[in-house]
Write a protein that binds this ligand. Structure first.
Ligand SMILES: *Cc1c(COP(=O)(O)O)cnc(C)c1O
Length: 378
């Protein structure tokens, strides 16, 4: 069988093991594996199944259609979706027994109308804006939202399942915003509870909070990046220190290897010139596959046991690496990133090279790159 041009190999036992490690770290709190954006590029359904095998009891998605895709694949675990748009088609979401986040009264009214139509109470998590200024009700509008939800609950159309919020600066555990958001969350919970709310779960932490800020764990942590084995706060701790193993390996096969004379401009714009006669290898992956163009001249690639770097600009479909004097032939594997155990770079290395975060590196690996799954824990 012909080797694929390129593939993203996903180690599903690593995903399961990462969820187990998160579960061990957070003690009594449950783990929601966040599988939005196609499981951070690792594949929605395989990632979800592996996370459940690792002990996750919840799954989290941004958009309702992501939650419905889980249900369509036969995933029956609790799923929360937190980024609906007004006018959303709620009936199938409620019919699929998906929990929905609500952060504004207008949305609550839509969800309640769907609950009436479908004849089943909507499972609702109210979102508090404790300082991210993104989703959720501010401390000013929170009491009215809680009141509306409690009234709906009294009518039997809504079950107030969760109260939640999200941190802005958890990747900097010492940042003063963390303590401020924790205090505001505690206040907003107290307000809701004083009004009569008795939620099953209160949740505040993503991966960084779960692993670095114990006071944010509450009943449930929403772990995204750590599920995939990448560090949520790389300046604080790398994956190994957290018991995590990066799950994705991005590998291509050199499409061409050739000798090039000294003084030759390489790739678009001739931003680099060969300093001496050298061997160049062409890697058939580019920004059209999610290789960040900002990693031009910096992105690391393992070829034939040595770390190389991208020479010149990242193109849409290819990058060029300098192989020096090494005897390398076309077809040789070129590993852009992996767990880092065999000398290969990591997604974090690419994030550093491109001035971004590992989240963006793995999530943007495009649909043109097939995902291959190995070591399924079932
Ligand atoms: C994406 C997201 C998460 C997961 O964040 P990580 O840092 O990847 O763990 C958790 N909660 C919300 C609301 C999110 O949007």
């Amino acid at each position: 069988m012909r080797a694929p041009r390129a593939e993203a190999v996903v180690d599903l036992s690593a995903v399961a093991g990462n969820v187990r490690a998160i579960g061990d770290a957070v003690g009594a709190a449950e783990v929601m594996a966040v599988v939005k954006a196609d499981g951070y590029g690792h594949g929605l359904v395989p990632s979800a199944r592996a996370a459940l095998a690792g002990g996750a009891t919840w799954l989290g998605t941004a958009f309702p259609e992501e939650a419905l895709a889980l249900r369509a694949a036969g995933v029956t675990a609790r799923v929360l979706t937190w980024l609906p748009t007004p006018g959303e088609d709620w009936d199938p979401v409620l019919a699929a027994d998906v929990d929905v986040s609500v952060g504004a009264p207008g949305l609550l009214a839509e969800v309640e109308a769907a609950a009436v139509r479908t004849g089943r109470p909507a499972r609702v998590h109210l979102e508090a804006d404790t300082g991210l200024s993104r989703g959720g009700a501010t401390p000013t509008t929170w009491p009215a939202l809680v009141d509306a939800a409690l009234r709906a609950q009294a009518r039997g159309t809504v079950r107030l399942v969760g109260l939640w919020s999200h941190l802005a600066c958890a990747d900097e555990p010492e940042h003063p915003a963390n303590a401020e958001q924790q205090a505001r969350f505690a206040d907003m919970l107290a307000t809701a509870q004083a009004m009569g709310a008795d939620p099953e779960v209160r949740h505040l932490a993503g991966s960084a909070g779960a692993l670095h800020l114990p006071g944010t764990r509450y009943d449930l942590v929403r772990a995204g990046i750590a599920t995939y084995g990448l560090a949520p706060a790389p300046a604080v701790a790398g994956p190994a220190a957290l018991g995590l193993v990066p799950a994705m390996t991005l590998v291509a096969h050199l499409s061409l290897v050739k000798r090039v004379a000294a003084g030759k401009g390489v790739s678009y714009g001739h931003t680099e010139t060969t300093a001496r006669e050298t061997t160049l290898g062409v890697v058939p992956l580019g920004y059209g596959d999610g290789v960040p163009r900002h990693a031009s001249s910096t992105g690391p690639v393992l070829v034939a046991g040595e770390r190389r770097r991208v020479v010149g600009r990242v193109c849409m479909d290819q990058v060029i690496v300098d192989l020096g004097a090494d005897a390398v032939t076309a077809g040789e594997p070129a590993v852009l990133f992996g767990p880092g155990r065999h000398g290969e770079p990591t997604a974090q290395d690419w994030a550093d090279a491109a001035g971004t975060i590992s989240y963006e590196v793995v999530t943007r690996i495009g649909a043109r790159v097939p995902r291959t799954y190995e070591r399924a824990p079932w």
